[in-house]
Every structure is written in C-alpha cells, then in structure tokens.
Design a protein around this ligand. Structure first.
Ligand code: FES
Length: 128
C-alpha cells in the first residue's frame, strides 16, 4: 500500500465538461487536470473518476489522507468548484506537504470544502 495521500478528480457527466460550465472550454478543464497531476506527481496517488455524486458542486476533487494519517483519524476532504489555477495549485501544494492529517489545509481551499449530502446550512454545524 502506498504511503501517499490520494487525489481523486471527478470527470463524470458534469465535472470537467461544458454541461455544468458552458462558459469554460473543455481545454480549460483538461489544462487544470494536467496542472494538478503534474503538481501532485510523486506526492499523491492520482486518479480520475466517474461521477462521484454531488454534480451541483462540480468540479469535485477529493483529497484522501495517506494511510498513516487516516489511521490517526484524518478523513477525506471533499472540494467543490475546483475550477481555477489557484484552487488547483492549492490542492497540489497540500499533498506535496503531506495532505490531510499531515499538513494544514491551505486557506485558499477553505471556500471549496464541503460535506457531500449536507445542505450548506448544515455544513457550518458539521465543521464547527
Ligand atoms: S460528474 Fe462530478 S460529481 Fe457528478
């Protein structure tokens, strides 16, 4: 088993497509995917996925802790609207630093964190 954190980038029916984001070119999504893969290379297990479920939050990225951090209690972090270089680079920087449970989450990701299945009003209670 790899000792690295994991990055899962949704590329299902909505994430990475013009279906939810008609204002963004497919090439934009592809460039961000390449940017994230390159930024995380050697520091995270990286994969794309079919639809993860919360399409309204596309583009969705899930950052999972390395196994040791998970055993210590860290949990996967779901990120919504990862649609620009700032968010993409913050994800890459986080996993280069060790990811969830091993390094603080970059503040640039704060507005992207969500809990799938919870309404926004419930997320505040869940996080607090
Ligand atoms: S396509 Fe990404 S959550 Fe559905």
């Amino acid at each position: 088993m790899s000792a690295l954190p994991a990055v899962t980038v949704c590329r299902g029916c909505c994430c990475g497509s013009g279906r939810k984001h008609p204002d963004l070119e497919r090439a934009h999504h592809d460039a961000l995917l390449d940017r994230l893969a390159g930024g995380a290379a050697g520091h995270a297990r990286f994969r794309t996925s079919e639809c993860l479920g919360p399409c309204a939050d596309s583009d969705v990225v899930v950052v999972a802790p390395a196994p040791g951090a998970r055993r210590a209690g860290a949990r996967p972090v779901w990120l919504r609207a990862v649609l620009d270089a700032t968010a993409t680079d913050a994800v890459a920087a986080w996993v280069r630093a060790g990811g969830p449970g091993a390094a603080p989450r970059p503040p640039a990701l704060d507005p992207h964190v969500f809990v799938p299945g919870l309404r926004a009003s419930e997320e505040g209670r869940a996080a607090g």
